[in-house]
Ligand binder design. Structure first.
Ligand SMILES: *Cc1c(COP(=O)(O)O)cnc(C)c1O
Length: 341
């Protein structure tokens, strides 16, 4: 069987998840009448210590809605160069919200409160854009699944309070961070005004992300969702998969993390590998000695029925998830070992 390590988005809904979807009680969610969607929104809001939630088709949409609600055209958003909202959302921050982006210095996706203070534009200077929003991605995808330090996040919150900035978390993989650190969702959620949570990554649901925040924030987000075309009708069919995933697929993320560590060690042992980012969750990123050989390595793996992702010059990314088992990890390790540079 194919071992697909390209992304944790490739998971197949399990038969029991499909059964839960088929049995879901539904209604018109644009009317607020889908009990399954309402249950999912309430459950995640409560889990992250927020008043309300909003179910959306994708994490891109929850992020883009959040940026839209936090900002006015002409404002500036602070994030780092690898941030999904900046790099992988089709220029949405600029196109949808009319905001510029200032990129902060970072360590594998993580920046400091001090970096925000340095990047902040003097609001008294009319030449400058109004700095308005900070985006934290936890775990950091481009950072190789790097985990944030909660203490630094709290310092960032204090700085945002001082400077009058909104604070958003792109928590596409926040459940990986919760399981890897043992720090509960409520503690991760507390410093943020808004949190985007993906159900279609490691949690294994086929579709969906939820944005959580205050009642007022989510009220406005609901209008923006409608404007962006994201209002769905009997969406309980897909929300049911999210509820099922929250029951059944959270604790097992520890298994994905153990698999990723195993892959990381195996990758680091190859003579053709220069560096492997520290493996902290379910993402493994390696860089080869020879920048031109990553295509050859990916083809070699593909011949062994293993798929990985190109991730920049000489770099490959492998992501573990619920459709990758021990046998798949072993096959991948054999594939890595049999490649000749
Ligand atoms: C996957 C991902 C998203 C959202 O992606 P969608 O495919 O739109 O659901 C957002 N942020 C990060 C860091 C991601 O990895």
């Amino acid at each position: 069987m194919l071992v697909d390590l390209r992304s944790d988005t490739v998971t197949q809904p399990t038969p029991i998840m499909r059964a839960a979807m088929a049995a879901a009680e539904v209604g018109d969610d644009v009317f607020g009448e889908d009990p399954t969607v309402n249950a999912l929104e309430e459950r995640l809001a409560q889990l992250f210590g927020k008043e309300a939630g909003l179910f959306c088709p994708s994490g891109t949409m929850t992020n883009q809605i959040a940026v839209k609600v936090h900002t006015r055209p002409g404002d500036e958003v602070l994030c780092e160069e690898g941030a999904h909202i900046y790099r992988y959302e089709g220029g949405g921050v600029m196109a949808n919200s009319g905001c510029s982006v200032k990129l902060l210095p970072h360590d594998r996706g993580r920046f400091t409160a001090e970096a925000i203070r340095s990047a902040f534009n003097d609001p008294g200077n009319p030449h400058l854009a109004r700095t308005r929003l900070v985006n934290v991605e936890n775990t950091s995808n481009r950072g190789g699944g790097a985990l944030w330090d909660l203490g630094e996040v709290k310092r960032i919150r204090n700085t945002c309070n001082e400077l009058g900035l909104g604070l958003h978390m792109d928590g596409a993989r926040i459940f990986n961070a919760i399981v890897a650190t043992g720090t509960p969702a409520s503690a991760w959620g507390a410093p943020f005004d808004s949190v985007s949570i993906c159900l279609s990554k490691g949690l294994g649901a086929p579709v969906g992300s939820v944005l959580v925040g205050s009642k007022a924030f989510i009220g406005e987000a609901r209008r923006v969702r409608k404007r962006f075309g994201g209002g769905m009708r009997q969406a309980g069919i897909i929300a049911a998969a999210g509820l099922y995933a929250l029951d059944q697929h959270v604790d097992r993320l520890a298994e994905d993390h153990a698999h990723a560590k195993q892959l990381g060690r195996a990758l680091a042992a190859q003579s053709y590998i220069k560096a492997v980012m520290p493996v902290e969750s379910n993402i493994v990123v390696g860089t080869m000695n020879d920048d031109t050989r990553s295509g050859a390595l990916l083809s070699h793996l593909e011949q062994k029925q293993v798929l990985a992702m190109p991730f920049g010059p000489g770099m490959i990314r492998m992501v573990t998830h619920l459709n990758v088992d021990r046998e798949g990890i072993e096959r991948t390790i054999q594939g890595l070992a049999s490649f000749t540079a």
